[in-house]
Structures are given as C-alpha cells and as structure tokens.
Design a protein around this ligand. Structure first.
Ligand code: ADP
Ligand code: MG
Length: 614
C-alpha cells in the first residue's frame, strides 16, 4: 500500500467532514502553544479552510516531515502514550488531510528570519521554499475531497457543514479561554473572542445572552488525580438533546456515557429524554485516562471510573443544593420565576424535580376545536393567514429575513374543520382514569385516546396547509430562542415549512432565533421549548426530512406530535363527543400519522368470548 493510499484510508477515519479538518488543525495550533488562533472558511469549508496561529512554528525539516505519515514530534516512545498531555499524538492528521485536498503550509519559527512554504496536492509535496511569513503557522486547505468524489458526495449543504465547523470551533474556544479565537466565514467575522482568564466570560462569548446570565458556577470538587469545575444551568434549561452539554477532559471535548450518566445522577435523576445543560471541565492525571481509543479522540477510557463518577456527582449535587438554598433563603423577587427545586439527595428520583413541560391546566375547560385564536398567553393576537411559503434563502445570507405581513383588521375564523352534523351510533359512556373516553357503538365498546386523536386532527389541519397556509397568531412580544449553530442551519432549510405552518421566524443576532408568530391552532405556554423540540425532532436522523417525497409532511407529523404530546388533555375530555366528531371528520381517523391507534374497539363478540372462556 502506497503512503498516499494509506493516508487516504486513514483520512476516512480522521476526516469525515470539513469540521474534522478544523478540529485537527486547531488542535495542532493549540499544541504549538498558540496565543491566537484564526479560522477562516469559505463555502462551508469545502472550498477553503485556513487556520493561522502564532505558535512555535516549524523548522524547514520539520515542515516537510509533518506531511509524512506518523511524523509526530509529540511522542518519543511508547511510555509517552500513557502521559499524553497534548491534543495530537498520532501523527496522522496532516498527511491524511493532505492526501484528500490541496494544502498550503507556511510556517516560521520565532527565532528564524525566513519562513518555509510547502504546497501539497493529493499528498504530493513540492520542495520547501522560502516564504516571508509571520512567526507561527498557517495551513490552508482548498478543495477538500477533490480527488475522492465519492466522499465529496456525502457532504451536506454548505450551510450544514459550516454549522458543524462553527460548533467545532466553539468547542476549542470553550476549552482554551486563554487563547484568542477568531472565526471568519465567507469574509465575515463571526467571532472574535479575546483571551481571558475568566471562564464565564468565554462561555458568555458563545452562549446566547439569555443563557449566559443564568450560569451557576459549579462548586469545585476533587478526587484522587481529578478536579472538576465549570458552570451549569438550572433544571428548567434542560433540553431534549445534549446540545447544551459541553464536557471537556483535560481540555479535550469528550462524549462519554459514564460522564453523562454521572451528571444526571448529580442532578438527582432526570426525566428520561431530558438532559441538563452544563459546561463541565474535568482535569485528570493523564496516567488515569486512555485517549488513544478512537482516531477522532472523542471517546476515552478511564482507569478509575468510580472516582470520576463520585467527583462529578459531588460537584453537580453540591452546586445544585447550594443554589437551591440560596434561592429559597430570602423571599425571591415577586416577578422572578421560581427555579424548580433540585432534590436534596441523589438517591431520589422524584417527579417533582421535573421541569414543567406541560402547560398548566387552564382555569376553565377549553373547547376542543375550533381552538380560539386567543391563547393562554394574553400577548397573542391573530393575524392574516400566512402568504405562500417564502423561498429558501441562499446559504450565504446569514439572516433569516422574512417579509413582514400586516395584521388584518378582522381575523378570519381559525381553520375550522367542518364538523359532521352528528356522530352517528356513538354514545358516550364515560371517562376512564381521566385518560380515555369510552364510547358504545353498534359493534361494542370503543376507547378513544384524546392525545392520539388530537395528533391526527392537528396533522390533517397542518397538511391542509399545502392548499392554504395555516393562520398565524402574532406574539406581542417575540420569543427568543438561543440556538446551536448546527440547528440554526437546519432552520434555514426548513424555513418554508415553518412559514407554511403559520410560524414567523427571524434571526436575532448571530445565533438567536426570534419567534414572532406561531400557528393559530396552537396554544403554547413555552413556545421556545416547543420550537426547540420541533427542530430537534426534525433534524434527528440527519436530513431525513429532505429525502421525503413531500418534505412538508414529516414537518406536519412532528408538529402535530410535539404539540399533542404536551397538550393538557383534561379540556379535551370535558367534551369527548366533540373530539370524536372532529376525529371522525378526518380523512384517516383511526390512527395517528405515525400509525398509532386513536380508537381501540372491543367488539361485543370478543367481550362475550372472554366471559365464556373456560
Ligand atoms: P500530531 O498532531 O498527531 O503530532 P499531525 O499530523 O497533526 O500529528 O501533525 C504532525 C506534526 O506537525 C506535529 O507533531 C507537529 O510537530 C507539526 N505541526 C503541525 N501543525 C503545527 C502547527 N500549527 N504549529 C507547529 N507545528 C505543527
Ligand atoms: Mg495533530
């Protein structure tokens, strides 16, 4: 196997997308002791990625060696493998990247007057030549995967790749607050985070403004060879995904089940599907951890996992109880929302610790359909139905601009499905355990699930939007949602669907989504949670939605499901007959769009058979 081929194979492990190139290059800069790291990308990194640092630089000889396989200056013997303090050590990254791109390396050691430049194409180096360059190293990668077209095809949109790069950049910057980090995308400076000794400052540079204010400093905890610091957010900030969990081990971002479980335990148990938000920095004696498990180095193996788990539980648990005490001690300001109380001990799994996801029950039962355009939040007023969907904005345009529509003087009645005159042959018998409605019909007994029924009804309302967009209700004060840049990229692509479904979204600052209007049929208390969950459910499994024949359909399915999941069913059960007639007016009333039953019949013959058994 030739060296270039071997490198291309290795590249398959190390470089799966532009963001992994950025990871390797920035790690090298940090290993070189850089105080400033500048990352520039063009077109999602596919046409250009450039990382410039002011680190130690390389001699001419080292520069040519750096592009050869297993040339690392960081490991002298196997013994060193157990004391890894630097981010890179495999000597694999540069040759791998060089084998699948066009690379330019310019470097100069501080003590030297002349720098060195090497060009490399698909792994073939030009001889080093003199170059006037600042002390430090610049590596420029253009046309990633130009010689491996099969790999290139797997790349997602530029927007998506840029989102991943930005996330990767953010991880490095969060791990090294003492280094200045700059990020430029398509000629625009997106971040310039100055060096700081204050971790909170660095987090604030990247977290949205709402989040930064809520950070709670973790009370430091120690274990043998271990120390834990960081910041966490109250339970109410927990998310359905782990996008707000930043975990670093010796400044290396990691993704480790043991650690995430310890965090959950520290929080005193968590409702399944929710993940606490936090920035956790673990410092550990390098001898206690093996980072050489995976080429991308996100997985690690701990030699004494018990000590680590104990330290994390202690750090998180103590912080939360101290915070709870501080919150409850003096009477809180009347207009401050009370934080959910974390449980006192880690052995409990109380349901009371769960953040309130369901809207609180309304004072009086609400009618089922049509839903009034007046919602529980009084800050909402109805506007005209949305105009047909706006086109997807070009990826280069970072703002999610949506033309403003003007509220109509008199709103049309909310999209009301035509009620059938009567519900033939169904007689309400009662409610079972406040969860299901029981009906009798000619065949026997029928159970109705209100949640499943609502999912079907809403879905059909949303799907009807392909003929006529769903009506919107304008929020008097827009709701802001801090977003992960990867999710923001997904939202840009989904924008026409959001529009069609009655949402009006725009960007507010760099990574905050501003929700200006929501679909009229929805009554939402925590709009930001709903939208965050919706986006998460749509982006899970990558771009599944784009492959669908009618991409709006999965959108409508998720919207109906997410809404029905959190809806208070008691008002629905106040008038089950009405709910049933709305359901029966649907095109496919007997199941939810995802195929779960809405009605379960028990035929008389079946019941009789049961009674006659044995
Ligand atoms: P590794 O980081 O695993 O050692 P790489 O292939 O990433 O392997 O880099 C190879 C070598 O090139 C490094 O060991 C280092 O000596 C040198 N190098 C790479 N990037 C830089 C940089 N930005 N500044 C100084 N030296 C660098
Ligand atoms: Mg490296």
């Amino acid at each position: 196997m030739s060296d270039t081929l071997a490198s291309q194979v290795a590249a398959g492990e190390v470089v799966d997308r532009p963001a992994s190139v950025i990871k390797e290059l920035v790690e090298n800069s940090l290993d070189a002791g850089a105080k400033t790291v500048r990352v520039e990308i063009r077109r999602g990194g596919i046409s250009l990625m450039k990382v410039t640092d002011d680190g130690c630089g390389m001699s001419r000889e080292d520069a040519s060696l750096a592009l050869l396989r297993h040339a690392t200056s960081k490991l002298a013997c196997t013994e060193d493998l157990f004391h890894i303090t630097q981010l890179g050590f495999r000597g694999e990254a540069l040759p791998s990247i060089a084998s699948i791109s066009r690379l330019r390396l310019a470097t100069r050691r501080h003590e030297e007057v002349e720098g060195t430049e090497i060009l490399c194409e698909g792994g073939d180096q030009t001889p080093p030549r003199d170059a006037g360059t600042a002390p430090g190293t610049t590596i420029e990668i253009s046309d990633l995967f130009y010689n491996t077209p099969a790999r290139r095809k797997f790349l997602k949109s530029e927007e998506t790749e840029a989102g991943h790069i930005e996330h990767q950049f953010k991880l490095h910057a969060l791990a090294f607050p003492g280094v200045r980090f700059m990020f430029t995308r398509d000629g625009q400076t997106v971040y310039d985070a100055v060096a700081t000794t204050d971790m909170r400052q660095r987090i604030a540079d990247f977290a949205g403004r709402t989040q930064a204010d809520r950070l709670i400093a973790i009370l430091p905890a120690e274990g043998p060879g271990i120390s834990i610091t960081g910041y966490l957010l109250p339970l109410s900030e927990a998310r359905r995904n782990r996008r707000l969990q930043y975990i670093f081990l010796n400044r290396r971002p990691i993704d480790d089940k043991l650690v995430t479980r310890a965090i959950r335990d520290g929080f005193g148990g968590f409702p399944t599907g929710l993940h606490p938000a936090l920035y956790l920095y673990i410092e550990m004696d390098p001898a206690l951890v093996d980072v050489n498990v995976h080429p991308a180095k996100r997985e690690v193996r701990f030699r004494r996992p018990g000590d680590l788990v104990a330290a994390i539980i202690e750090a998180v648990g103590n912080t939360l109880s101290a915070h709870a005490r501080a919150e409850t001690a003096p009477s809180p300001l009347p207009n401050q929302p009370a934080l959910p109380q974390p449980p006192a001990s880690t052995s409990q799994h109380p349901a009371t610790a769960q953040p309130t996801k369901e809207p609180p029950p309304p004072a009086s039962p609400r009618p089922t359909i049509p839903l009034p355009s007046k919602t529980t939040a009084s800050s909402i007023r109805p506007i005209l139905p949305a105009t047909p969907a706006a086109p997807v904005l070009p990826p280069s345009q970072r703002e999610l601009n949506i033309p403003v529509r003007h509220p109509a003087p008199a709103p049309p009645p909310a999209a009301t499905p035509q009620l059938p005159k009567h519900t033939p042959h169904f007689r309400l018998l009662g409610i079972l355990k406040e969860q299901y409605a029981l009906f009798e019909n000619a065949e026997g007994l029928v159970l109705l699930s209100p949640r499943a029924a609502r999912e079907r009804i809403l879905f059909e309302q949303f799907i009807a939007a392909h003929k006529k967009p769903v009506a919107s209700q304008l929020l008097l004060s827009p709701v802001l949602l801090d977003m992960d840049t990867r999710d923001l990229a997904a939202v840009t692509q989904l924008l026409p669907h959001f529009e069609q479904a009655g949402f009006r979204l725009s960007s507010f600052g760099h990574k905050t989504l501003r929700i200006e209007a929501i679909p009229a049929p929805l009554q939402l208390d925590r709009i930001e949670d709903f939208v965050a969950d919706l986006i998460h459910s749509l982006t899970r499994g990558d771009t599944r939605i784009q492959r669908h024949r009618n991409p709006y359909e999965p959108f409508a399915i998720q919207m109906a499901r997410q809404y029905a999941r959190r809806e208070d069913i008691s008002p629905l059960l106040a008038d089950p007959s009405r709910l049933l007639s709305n359901l029966l007016a649907c095109e496919i009333p007997y199941c939810t769009p995802s195929g779960k039953p809405t009605l379960i019949p028990y035929a008389m013959s079946e019941i009789t058979r049961k009674f006659q058994a044995n």
